[in-house]
Structures are given as structure tokens and as C-alpha cells.
Design a protein around this ligand. Structure first.
Ligand code: BGC
Length: 744
């Protein structure tokens, strides 16, 4: 017996020694990535290479089974991990283990103005993706908010390239620290949904580089994103999923991107362009990307058999193919083949806490006349909540970002819970009926929101109850139905739908203690703003929506969110609409719609400031329950030479009685320049938490980048010598202190 054990031990040791000796280089994680990639590539047949660069199911692509290189599993993105659909159908797979935590929409994340919160977001989402076995999350999105009607603005990070760049980088780092790749989308110039497959964007280079590219560039160069998704639309008459300039020249050559370009689902249109114009991994061809699609069409993908045939005929060598395969191998090795990553976790307490915290930090207090908020029980204990959005589930709908959640706390439930703890009573009135449907891609909310009463009856009920109440909270805004905040459609206008204006005006007349909570990912018109003492911008907040909203309304949390985009008074005040530069003009001879970005660099507050058009609520605006005072800003030097940085110090004091956070925003102006420049541009910010009475000296440094414009003719960033102004304040329309400095 003893001897037998001894022999067995020797046999096992020998076997593991041979298997160690046989571990191929591509599997050996102690070897540098590039060597592993080359090793794997050298072992693959042409057919295996072709198999690697296109989908094999709705959301996965094939690895190399013979070599033990695993498949790659992608999933949406960007607010939670989407439930599984069938292998080759859009119907639900019917799993019982794919319910997730929905995090707040990216507009809310941007509104936190807190990069640390963005890391928490990406990290938590990455853990959920890990647990679900996903290698790539299709997000985050950083398309610039060009018009308030874009149905997908809620999935993006607002109108400012600097803010979006600063906020996207930590999300990517947090996500990828779990061995889950970000797939940053939709690269680029995908700024509206109407005609999304046929719009050809016409834009000058200065605008492209100053406004629409910086967040993507930061995602690649600072965030180290492992993949990028091409956009559906066109630029220079080429679809952006195979666009020579955008993908080859800018992304890969100029920025040195070494990851994989993934097509949007159904965004590939031509084999030869796909071969030469920078696409690496094709998904969703023969589908509409959302709900319909041909079955088992994978062999017919542009980068499948048709590509193989062109190589067989000698029309192409494997030069382009090898480059694509290298990039996809890198992606697989960084994710699916990273065996050091943890197991992840799903629906953990920490993830719910993270979701709630992000919501708390992103909610924006837009107005608070007479300090109606936070709700004060000493002013009476009867609360009336009105509005469909107080009860409607918002995690289902909106297109590909739709989720199947383990739970979603409605605003009404969140308010009820908080009120109960304070001994307050909550009544509810519907107020209006919007969209009672609750289904997306087979996920159903199970809510019955049907109500057949007329608008007049609903308003009468709400008004009668409002007269009896001490505090009235209207929860409305948009929802995730087509034509609102939803993929594949844009909004018809800026007005809130379903006659909500009438309900709000009636409530304002009935009760002086009205708060309007607007739930949306977009600006909405608020013609009643002056009549309503308190207005809160609450976004789509995911699983913990109701708790986050209640935390703010009852003052458990002091609001600190700041708008990541402008709320114009009317749609015509927005540059794209004022200049008739949306949605473009259809060509006579084809279905292509040419859309010229006529406003150029004057997007969002750059336009409003420069044209002196007062918005309803400005970019960067957001109030607190406490007060902050900015002291005089100073600079460590007022004369700087090229290559130097300047550091500003701004003392900020919490002069109120509640702890809270303020965002110190730094805008740079270049009043005398050979090219026209916006009045000012965001070039730095810092969020500080202050106890009552506390002062902090906030330091923000900027360098040449912050002073430069893009000289399109010479294709370079130029900082012209002369005097600049640095302006500091709590919002773009409230500058508290300025410093002048000179570039030599
Ligand atoms: C959307 C993408 C999404 C993809 C996969 C497309 O319709 O545009 O953002 O990631 O579908 O669901």
C-alpha cells in the first residue's frame, strides 16, 4: 500500500511536470501579452482566424476551440448587465439567475461630478458582469449631448467634452479591474437617433477634435479601454463601423489604440470596407440590433465566408486579417483568459449601496425657493405624491440598456418608507396617465398601470387632495417609451408629455408647498418653473431610485449634483434647432441624410454664453441645502511659459448649518485670439465635502491643454500667447471669482 501511494505520487508529479512543460506560450500569463498574442496567431488556420472576428450568436463570438482559447461573451451595458437572450433570438433565455442591480443612468453619474464615484460605478458593474460570465460590457457611452431631443442622451455623459472625459476614465478603470472590458460607444458623432443608420454627419475638424472626440480619446489613452464600438451613422460618406479616417487614422494611428473595434449590432455594411477600414469584430449583422434578425446568418456575415472567399481568391492577403485577429486575441486574453480575476458578485448589498450612493450624489436640486426642501415634518405630516413616474418601473424599456432587475424601489415606495420613519402619512394621486405598457424584449414589469379616468378627473382628484396636504410632491417627466428617452427614436419636442404641464400648474395653484421631481435623461421645458417653489432633477436612478429620491427630499442626504447639460427655455434656444441643423436633409438620389453640425464648437453652454441666451437652468447648476461661499482665487504664478502648469487656490466655506458638498468649477477664457472662441470652457473641477463652518483651500492645476484650440489647418493644438482668465464658481452662470494670467 505504502509503495503504491509512492508510485501514484511519482506518476502525478510526472504528469504535471509534462503538462507544465507543454503549457503553450499563449496560455502562460507570466509571458508578456504581445508574445502570447503572436504565439496564438502563429498556430491558427485562416479559417480559425475568420471565425474569431465575427459573432456566433446574438452576443458572443467564437474563440479557438482546438487551442482552448475561449469564446468572448459581450452584453449591454451601460447601466447594469442585461438579461440573457436566446442563442440566436432576441427572446429572453428565461434564466432565473440573470436579474441584476440597475445602476443610475450615465447622465446621473456625470451629474455627480465625482470621478471617485465613477470608479465605484464601473467597479460594481464589473463585479456583476464577472459573476454573470460576461467578458465585455457594451458601454459606457460618451456621445456629446448636442440636442435635447436625442433619445439616447440618458445613456451618455452630457454636453461637455472635459466633464465626459474626466468621468468616463474611472468607470473604465473600475470595470476593467475585474477583467471585464469596456466597449466605449458609439464612436463617434452619433448624436441623434432619428435616421441613425443613414445620417451622414458633416463637421469641421476643429469641432470634431474640440467637442466630439476628447472623451473617446481619454477613454482610450487614460482609461486604457480594451474595446470600442463603432457608431451606426456615417461620416464622410462611410459608415462609422468601417470608417477609414475615424478608425484607422484617428483611433488606431493617432491615439495608438491597441484594442478591438466592435461593430454596433447591424452596423456593418460592406466586406471590403470592413476589411480595410478598421473594423475588428462584427456583431449583429442581419439584425436591427434591438429585436429582430435573421437566424443563423453568421456564415454570411461580411467578415465571415465573404472575407474568406476574397482571401482564397487572392484579392486580400492575411495582412489585415492578422491585425484584426491580434486585436481580438488581446481582448480575449485581457478578459476571458485572465484567470486571476475574481468570481465577481451579483446583487450584493455593496452594489445596492453603490447604486443608492451614485443616485444620491447625482440628483440635482434645481430650485428651492423658500426652502420648501428638505421636507420638514414640523410644517405638517400629510404628504401627497402625484404622478405616474412615482409608481412606474423605469429599468425596463429604452432599448438595449433595458434591464431585468432583482428589485426596483419606486419613488412612491421610497417616500413612503422615509415618511413612515418620521411619523408622516403619504397619499397618492395619479395626476395623469402616460404610457401604461411595461415590456421590453420579453422582460415584463408586471405592473398594471391602467387608469381610464379623463385628464380632467385626474387633475380634479389631485387638486382636491393637494388642498388637504402639507407637502405636495409631483413625480413626472419622461419615461423609456419610444419617442422619449429611448433608443431608435428622438423626442418630438422639449415639452413634458401627457399634459403634465396642466397638472403641475393646477397643483402649484392648489398648494404653496409643491416640489416637482423631474425624472428624465434629457432637458424638458418647464414653463411653470417660476410657479413651483422646488424642482429636483432626478434622472433614471435604477434599482434604488425611490430610496435615493427620498434621501434627498427628506434631507438625509444633502444634494450635490450639478447639471451635465443645459436646460434651455425652449427648443429653439438650442443651437442645432436654432440653426435648423437637425435632423438633416435627405439626398434626392439615396436614403442618406446629410446633417451639418452648423453650430460648430458652440454646443451647450458654449452657445448660450456666447450668444447670450439665458437658459432655464445652466450647465453646472445645482443647489444644496447648505450655503457655500467662494473666497478670492489666487494663482501660484501669473506668467507661465509653454510646458508649465499653473495652480489655482480657491478658499470655499460652508456657511450654512448642514454638511454638504460643492463642486468648484474652473472655466478658462481666451478673450483675444486669432480664432473665435467660446466665452468660456470647463477645464477643471473639484468636488469638496465640507462640515458646517469648515473652509477648504481647493487647488486646481491646468496646463497648456486647457488653453489650446485645435488648429485644423495644421492639425495641431495651439495655445496662443497672451492673457487668459480663469473663472471659478458653483455653476457656469454663477462665477464667484476670477484670476487673470498670461502665457508667454
Ligand atoms: C445599440 C448598442 C447596443 C447593441 C447591442 C444596438 O442597437 O446601438 O448600443 O450595445 O445594440 O444590444
Amino acid at each position: 500500500m505504502k509503495r503504491a501511494i509512492g508510485l501514484l505520487t511519482i506518476a502525478v508529479a510526472a504528469a504535471s511536470a509534462t503538462s507544465m512543460a507543454r503549457t503553450p506560450a499563449y496560455k502562460d500569463t507570466s509571458i508578456p501579452l504581445e508574445q502570447r498574442v503572436e504565439d496564438a496567431l502563429s498556430r491558427m488556420t485562416t479559417q480559425e482566424k475568420i471565425n474569431l472576428i465575427h459573432a456566433q450568436s446574438k452576443f458572443s463570438s467564437r474563440g479557438v476551440p482546438r487551442l482552448g482559447i475561449p469564446d468572448l461573451w459581450t452584453d449591454d451595458g451601460p447601466h447594469g448587465v442585461r438579461p440573457d437572450v436566446l442563442w440566436d433570438e432576441w427572446d429572453q433565455a428565461g434564466q432565473t439567475n440573470d436579474s441584476c442591480v440597475a445602476f443610475p443612468a450615465l447622465t446621473c453619474l456625470a451629474a455627480t461630478w465625482n470621478p471617485a464615484t465613477s470608479y465605484l460605478y464601473g467597479f460594481s458593474l464589473g463585479e456583476e458582469a464577472r459573476y454573470r460570465g460576461k467578458d465585455v460590457i457594451l458601454g459606457p457611452g460618451v456621445n456629446i449631448y448636442r440636442t435635447p431631443v436625442n433619445g439616447r442622451n440618458f445613456e451618455y455623459m452630457g454636453e461637455d467634452p472635459y466633464l465626459a472625459a474626466k468621468m468616463v476614465v474611472p468607470y473604465i478603470k473600475g470595470l476593467q479591474s475585474n477583467g471585464v472590458a469596456a466597449c466605449v460607444k458609439h464612436f463617434a458623432l452619433n448624436n441623434n437617433e432619428v435616421n441613425r443608420h443613414t445620417t451622414n454627419v458633416i463637421i469641421d475638424d476643429r469641432t470634431l477634435y474640440e467637442i466630439y472626440l476628447p472623451a473617446f480619446k481619454a477613454a482610450v489613452q487614460e482609461g486604457g479601454a480594451w474595446s470600442i464600438m463603432g457608431a451606426y451613422n456615417l461620416y464622410r460618406d462611410e459608415h462609422l463601423c468601417h470608417n477609414s479616417r475615424m478608425l484607422n487614422d484617428i483611433l488606431k494611428k493617432e491615439w495608438g489604440f491597441d484594442g478591438a473595434v466592435i461593430s454596433d449590432w447591424g452596423g456593418t455594411h460592406d466586406t471590403k470596407q470592413a476589411i480595410t477600414n478598421g473594423l475588428d469584430l462584427e456583431f449583429g449583422s442581419w439584425t436591427n440590433g434591438l429585436s429582430t434578425g435573421a437566424s443563423n446568418a453568421y456564415d454570411s456575415y461580411y467578415m465571415a465566408r465573404p472575407y474568406f472567399n476574397l482571401i482564397s481568391k487572392g484579392e486580400y492577403s492575411t495582412k489585415e486579417l492578422d491585425d484584426k485577429v491580434r486585436r481580438v486575441l488581446r481582448l480575449i486574453m485581457r478578459t476571458a483568459m485572465d484567470h486571476s480575476k475574481g468570481e465577481g458578485s451579483l446583487c450584493s448589498e455593496e452594489h445596492y449601496e453603490a447604486a443608492r450612493r451614485i443616485g444620491n450624489e447625482g440628483i440635482v436640486l434645481l430650485r428651492n425657493e423658500g426652502r420648501v426642501l428638505p421636507i420638514n415634518p414640523t410644517k405638517g405630516k400629510r404628504i401627497l405624491v402625484v404622478g405616474e413616474n412615482a409608481i412606474k418601473m423605469m429599468t425596463v424599456g429604452g432599448g438595449s440598456s433595458s434591464l431585468k432587475v432583482q428589485h426596483e424601489i419606486s419613488p412612491l415606495d421610497g417616500i413612503r418608507e422615509a415618511a413612515k420613519n418620521l411619523g408622516m402619512d403619504v397619499e397618492y394621486a395619479r395626476g395623469y396617465v402616460g404610457d401604461v405598457s411595461g415590456e421590453y424584449n420579453g422582460v415584463v414589469t408586471g405592473q398594471n398601470l391602467k387608469d381610464d379616468r379623463s385628464p380632467a378627473e385626474l387633475i380634479a382628484e389631485a387638486v382636491a387632495k393637494a388642498k388637504e396636504a402639507d407637502h405636495v410632491i409631483f413625480v413626472g417627466g419622461l419615461n423609456k417609451s419610444s419617442g422619449q428617452d429611448c433608443e431608435d427614436s428622438d423626442r418630438a419636442g422639449l415639452e413634458p408629455p401627457y399634459g403634465q404641464d396642466d397638472v403641475i400648474v393646477a397643483l402649484a395653484k392648489a398648494n404653496p408647498g409643491l416640489t416637482v421631481v423631474n425624472i428624465s435623461g434629457n432637458a424638458v421645458a418647464m414653463p411653470w418653473a417660476d410657479m413651483v417653489p422646488s424642482i429636483v432633477q432626478a434622472w433614471f436612478l435604477g434599482s434604488e431610485a425611490g430610496n435615493s429620491i427620498a434621501d434627498i427630499l427628506f434631507g438625509k442626504v444633502n444634494p450635490s449634483g450639478k447639471l451635465p447639460f443645459t436646460f434651455p427655455v425652449r427648443l429653439a434656444d438650442s443651437p442645432a434647432h436654432k440653426l435648423n441643423a437637425y435632423p438633416g436633409t435627405k439626398r434626392a438620389d439615396s436614403n442618406i441624410v446629410d446633417l451639418e453640425y452648423k453650430e460648430g464648437i458652440l454646443v451647450g453652454y458654449r452657445w448660450h454664453d456666447t450668444k447670450k441666451i439665458k437658459p432655464q437652468f445652466a450647465f453646472g447648476h445645482g443647489l444644496s441645502y447648505t450655503d457655500f461661499k467662494f473666497g478670492k482665487a489666487t494663482a501660484d504664478k501669473t506668467l507661465i511659459s509653454e510646458g508649465e502648469t499653473v495652480t489655482f487656490t480657491v478658499p470655499v466655506t460652508n456657511t450654512g448649518s448642514m454638511a454638504g458638498a460643492e463642486v468648484i468649477q474652473l472655466y478658462v477664457s481666451d478673450p483675444k485670439c486669432t480664432v473665435p472662441r467660446p466665452v468660456k470652457e470647463l477645464k477643471g473641477f473639484s468636488k469638496v465635502f465640507l462640515q458646517p463652518g469648515e473652509t477648504k483651500e481647493v487647488k486646481i492645476s491646468i496646463g497648456r491643454d486647457a488653453l489650446s484650440y485645435f488648429d485644423a489647418e495644421n492639425h495641431e493644438w495651439v495655445a496662443e500667447p497672451g492673457q487668459f482668465t480663469a473663472s471659478f464658481g458653483p455653476s457656469s452662470d454663477n462665477i464667484a471669482t476670477t484670476v487673470k494670467f498670461t502665457l508667454k
